[in-house]
Design a protein around this ligand. Structure first.
Ligand code: FMN
Length: 255
């Protein structure tokens, strides 16, 4: 049975929770899934101190001892992941931001390929669409296959019309997520993602000091591969890949 985990940035069992429950309800119409709700407020996660040891020497060197690895395992053992947060002052909640800071090393060393991702933002009135884009970008940079999420208005007390709108929004995003979850072939990268991969690896290769990223890329075979994972990218993207390598080398030279 496939496993889906929702990481929730609200400490309340209110609007964000209800939106995810609606998502789960929709989802269970398609198939049986193991669905877990992870309230970040129930886990002990210290604030990042900014030492950068996770970047330079590896995440195991982080001096903070808390529940970070429990949360990591939950992502690793999921087929699908949801990041859900209320809009707090035009941003994700502080809990969710801290969760991202603690996993920022994954932006250097992405890993969740083959897993599907979506995001849910709840808000009073305004600002949530930018947060949704931010969450979707985080998902993509962690390596997930991202499907379009939803931003829903939950101004209390909710009118019937608002509730209907929420249901429709959530229904659309749950359908997309489901399609992502059952797809059989790995996603082909966009030109932008291909460029990011090729130029990042060129700069990692060029550093005089061998940081942890270098060994991660080397051990994954990423210095030789077309992309992070096996996928048929076709002749045009193959050509563009070589072009991005060339641009990366030029940029490194002129640093
Ligand atoms: C500290 C705080 C800041 C908020 N800032 C915004 C905001 O900038 N824009 C907005 O539309 N709603 C804002 N809201 C409203 C919440 O996003 C909204 O009520 C949300 O649905 C609450 O989710 P919850 O019930 O899961 O806690 C804010 C709420 C709080 C508590």
């Amino acid at each position: 049975m496939k496993k889906i985990t929702a990481f929730i940035g609200s400490a309340r069992k209110k609007s964000t929770y209800q939106a995810i429950q609606e998502f789960e309800k929709n989802f269970k119409q398609y198939d049986e899934f193991d669905f877990e709700y992870v309230f970040l407020s129930e886990y002990h996660l210290e604030f990042c101190q900014g030492c950068k040891l996770c970047f330079d020497r590896g995440e195991e060197c982080c001096p903070l001892k808390d529940d970070r690895n429990i949360l990591l395992e939950k992502m690793e053992h999921s087929d699908g992941v949801i990041f859900a947060t209320p809009n707090y002052a035009f941003q994700v909640s502080a809990r969710m931001k801290n969760f991202f800071d603690r996993f920022a090393y994954i932006l250097h060393r992405p890993r969740f390929f083959g897993k599907t991702f979506t995001a849910i933002v709840t808000q009073g009135i305004f600002g949530g669409n930018d947060i949704l884009k931010y969450l979707e970008r985080m998902g993509a940079n962690f390596g997930f296959y991202v499907t379009k999420g939803s931003c829903v208005s939950t101004l209390e007390p909710m009118t019937e019309l608002q509730q209907e709108k929420l249901k429709q929004e959530i229904k659309k995003s749950s359908e997309k997520f489901y399609k992502g979850l059952i797809r059989s072939t790995p996603a082909t990268p966009s030109f932008f993602r291909l460029m990011l991969f090729r130029m990042t690896r060129t700069s990692i290769q060029s550093f005089d000091v061998r940081y942890f990223d270098y060994y991660y890329y080397r051990d994954k075979g990423w210095f030789e591969s077309d992309y992070y994972y096996d996928t048929s990218i076709g002749p045009i993207k193959k050509f563009m890949g070589c072009f991005f390598d060339f641009c990366g080398r030029k940029m490194v030279k002129h640093k």
